[in-house]
Design a protein. Structure first.
Length: 235
């Protein structure tokens, strides 16, 4: 579904990612791992169209993404759950989902809203509550729900567990497992390596903007040098 071929991207003269290549088949969950500053968020933002691509190619469902603005990529079926959630604090849960589904029809909105509430019953209980008054875990559920309102083919998730209590992480991880079993393709950036390896089919580890490991989650678990690779140290 998604192919990166020699992707280099960054900010101004600074390159955050160098010559990154991977394939993400439909229905697969890829965990993108690495320390802070490794280039994980830059990769996701380049796919979404928010970071300049310096070199290389990106294809989604066989279509070249290079010339497409972010809004066109969203219409193709790419949705983002950003780091820090970035909700509108003065909108209610129901209003936030309406904003998420703005590009869909009324019938789509109703169907997708019910899907979100079935996945996260706590949001159904808090439909009239302001997003800014929710707990961190509830806000993460809402950020996920907002992205699901567009019926994405590819879901990009940046730092799912950041700042969340373990119980809330469990709920969110369980939801991702259910979505992946239903066939949703995902690229997940996650600092919690153990959680990521439990969730992912495949793993890509970045260090200083370069891929230093790619393989299955099982291969990553067996790699005695994974910790060193994670921090870009000699294996």
């Amino acid at each position: 579904m998604l192919t990166l071929d020699g992707l280099s991207c960054g900010y101004g003269a600074v390159r955050a990612v160098h010559d990154l290549s991977f394939d993400l088949p439909a229905g697969t969950l890829l965990a993108l791992l690495g320390p802070n500053g490794a280039g994980k968020t830059s990769t996701i933002m380049a796919i979404m169209g928010h970071v300049a691509v310096k070199r290389g190619a990106m294809r989604f469902d066989g279509r070249d993404l290079a010339a497409l603005p972010a809004r066109a990529r969203a219409r193709l079926g790419i949705a983002l759950v950003p780091e820090g959630r970035r909700l509108f604090p003065d909108l209610t849960v129901a209003e936030t989902l309406t904003v998420g589904g703005y590009s869909r029809t009324g019938a789509d909105d109703a169907r997708n809203r019910e899907r979100v509430y079935a996945l996260f019953p706590r949001l159904a209980e808090r439909q009239g509550q302001l997003a800014g008054s929710l707990s961190g875990g509830e806000q993460q559920m809402l950020a996920l729900g907002r992205a699901l309102m567009v019926e994405p083919k590819l879901l990009l998730i940046d730092e799912l567990s950041l700042g969340l209590m373990p119980k809330m992480v469990d709920l969110c991880v369980g939801a991702l497992r259910d979505l992946n079993r239903d066939g949703l393709t995902m690229l997940v950036v996650e600092q919690n390596t153990a959680r990521a390896l439990d969730l992912a089919d495949r793993v890509c580890v970045l260090a200083a903007g370069r891929a230093v490991f790619q393989g299955s989650a099982a291969e990553a678990r067996r790699d005695p040098n994974l910790f060193a690779r994670y921090f870009g140290l000699p294996a």
